[in-house]
Design a protein around this ligand. Structure first.
Ligand code: GAL
Length: 373
């Protein structure tokens, strides 16, 4: 009931947002006090479609209220992020909702916020190695990786199937959780010979280990990272295919960590004459990737309903401002403390359920896509 009321409260709010660029990238809502901010939201970059989706959902959740809200983008820079947080502190922010660009570097920003009496909510990405995080609102990131691993495993028969691994950015804590989830499912299938890793000597060296330490994950991620960057993903995939023989191609399986990198990697594999078929993962249900899924160019994506995440984060902030303890359902260890977290489930999307998951749910309009059945 409380949740419903809070959601309604959010929905009647009106927001006016204007786009800028760089570290001063700014979006504001009308608030009670001129120039003051109750809830500050700091997002990592406008260059990855994922965060524009989150921004959109925040826009529909934030609105006319006694609470004033300002959204700032850090454009992939921890220095901008720190400046953004300081700007919001100077405007009297009570709650900070922050999706860090760099999990460890963001510690300094949130420590400054805590010192100023601000409650800190980590949004989507955990901030590590600091006590200055009060809450964490997130999707189940290990489940994301497990769903990717399971998709590949479910589509593999026989043995010796070529497996190509790619990972997210090493300074993003989620990259580890996604990889951990995927490894949970793929490792037994590598151990039993279903898959053979083709592009990572570090992963091959660790392939008998059912669970990996953070350092071991780091070694693999360091080798196959995309840095969440389309171009880096593309050039890595090209290099990997150049380094192997035709026997390492044929029907291949590709763990791609998100949609942007998945499209780049898929294009490279599709263009290789020796690749007869590929299965490739993704996540975020970006519009371009949903179209790729419909067209059979990307095998699956994972729908992370940013409406739920933005609503949960705003409800938490409103609870905090009203002196209530926000509801949480789990904890995440950030290296120093167990952070109380609210976790949202994820939905696997393939050609078969695109319409049901993304159109019928009201997330996207059917007109954004062609060939939808
Ligand atoms: C992760 C996020 C993913 C994906 C990725 C690239 O932290 O959880 O959904 O968007 O960053 O930006």
């Amino acid at each position: 009931m409380k949740k419903v009321i809070a959601l309604l409260l959010c929905l009647v709010m009106v927001v006016s947002m204007t786009a800028c660029s760089g570290g001063k990238d700014k979006e504001t809502s009308g608030g009670s006090k001129e120039g003051s901010v109750d809830v500050g939201i700091v997002l990592p970059t406008k260059d990855e479609p994922r965060w524009l989706q989150d921004q959109d959902k925040f826009k529909s959740v934030i609105g006319e209220t006694d609470y004033s809200v300002e959204v700032l983008f850090s454009q992939g820079s921890s220095a901008n992020e720190k400046t953004n947080v300081e700007t919001l502190i100077s405007k009297g922010m009570k709650v900070l909702i922050i999706c860090a660009d760099d999990a460890a570097a963001a510690a300094a920003s949130v420590e400054a916020a805590k010192e100023a009496g601000v409650t800190v909510i980590a949004y989507d990405r955990l901030i590590t190695d600091t006590k200055a995080v009060d809450y964490y609102v997130t999707f189940d990131s290990v489940a994301v990786g497990e769903a990717m691993g399971k998709y590949l495993a479910d589509n593999a028969t026989g043995s010796g199937n070529p497996l190509y691994l790619y990972a997210g950015k090493a300074t993003d804590n989620n990259a580890f959780l996604f990889f951990q989830g995927a490894w949970n499912i793929l490792q037994p299938k590598i151990a039993d010979g279903t898959f053979v890793i083709k592009n990572s000597s570090e992963a091959v060296a660790l392939q008998d280990k059912a669970t990996l330490t953070r350092e071991q994950q780091s070694a693999i991620i360091g080798q196959v990272t995309t840095n969440w960057d389309f171009n880096e993903a593309k050039s890595k995939a090209e290099a990997h295919l150049t380094n192997v023989t035709a026997a390492d191609k044929g029907k291949v399986y590709v763990l791609a960590p998100n949609d942007g990198t998945s499209r780049s990697i898929a294009d490279v594999f599709a263009a290789d004459a020796d690749v007869s078929q590929y299965f490739i993962t993704g996540q975020d249900a970006e519009i371009a990737s949903v179209q790729y899924v419909i067209d059979g160019k990307q095998s699956m994506t994972i729908f992370k309903d940013t409406r739920t995440l933005a609503t949960d984060a705003m409800n938490m902030a409103i609870d905090v401002i009203n002196g209530k303890t926000p509801a949480t359902d789990t904890t995440y260890n950030n290296g120093v403390i167990d952070v109380k977290a609210k976790q949202t489930p994820i939905v696997v999307v393939t050609k078969d359920n695109v319409k049901e998951a993304l159109i019928d749910s009201g997330y996207y309009e059917a007109s954004k896509f062609t060939g939808l059945k």
